[in-house]
Design a protein around this ligand. Structure first.
Ligand code: 6GU
Length: 249
């Protein structure tokens, strides 16, 4: 998968060289290219923003540098892969969910446009929306100073789904929010050695070797945690996904 990121803070994207995403890059699973938006400015001060039409606080990112940057990135597409999905991080976007991460992980090419200030001149989104699949996406109900941290969040969520990136393919099968048997339930607690730490032991059932009882216990823990932390997930879950034990709880 190829990923391009255009930003006025390319150094903010340095963590893409680290850990899981960094390893995917060095293994050739990911081709990540970070671009400095200011490379497509032509004035002495490398200006990327200006005051908003209609007045109001803050600044708006000018369309011309974005247009030149995106034209440059699009022109570098390999034959057969000329049209990336354009991911535009914005607090006014659609929610970024595990479902969207799965969908985007199937794309050969994603281009991210993290903005600062009050966002990008609307005409840029209109212009590329005529040629590309454009997704305006928010990572949650809070406001950040810019889209770079959301890009790191989204790339990590997407990269770990790519074949050959996680050591163990089974390790995301029962993730919180993964589709499947534990769908819509948060993951419960986990334990490892030593068997006793500061006087605290391990739940007996996990030492029993009884796979049926262990699965039952994990499911009950997941249900209890979801009820406590995210009652909204229980409300909207398919009643058939709850079993008789859950309903009794
Ligand atoms: Cl994608 N951008 C900004 N600036 N703030 C956010 C966000 C994105 N998602 C949640 N808050």
């Amino acid at each position: 998968m190829r990923l391009d990121v255009v930003s006025i803070f390319p150094e903010y994207l340095e963590p893409l060289n680290v850990s899981l995403v960094g390893k995917a890059r060095s293994r050739g699973v990911l081709d990540v290219r970070v671009h400095d938006l200011r490379d497509w400015t032509h004035d002495r001060h490398h200006t990327v923003d200006d005051t908003p039409y209609g007045g109001g606080p803050g600044m708006v990112m000018k369309p011309e540098p974005w247009g030149e940057a995106l034209d440059h990135v699009l022109a570098s597409g390999a034959p057969g892969h000329e049209r990336p999905v354009l991911v535009v991080p914005t607090p006014s976007g659609r929610p970024f969910t595990q479902e969207l991460a799965v969908e985007l992980s199937a794309e050969p090419w994603l281009v991210f446009t993290p903005a600062r200030y009050e966002g990008i001149d609307r005409r840029v989104i209109e212009e590329y929306g005529e040629r590309l699949d454009v997704r305006e996406v928010s990572i949650g109900d809070y406001v950040l100073a810019g889209g770079e941290a959301p890009v790191l969040v989204m790339v990590e969520a997407i990269a770990r789904l790519l074949p050959g990136v996680l050591g163990n393919a089974a390790s995301h099968q029962d993730d919180s929010f993964a589709p499947g048997a534990m769908a819509d339930l948060l993951e419960g607690p986990v334990y490892t050695k030593p068997p006793e730490w500061r006087g605290r032991g391990i739940p007996e059932v996990l030492l029993s070797g009884h796979h049926g009882r262990i699965a039952r216990w994990r499911r009950d823990q997941a249900f209890a945690r979801t009820t406590g932390h995210r009652p909204d997930l229980i409300e909207r879950c398919d009643p058939d996904a709850l079993d008789k034990y859950d309903r009794a709880a």
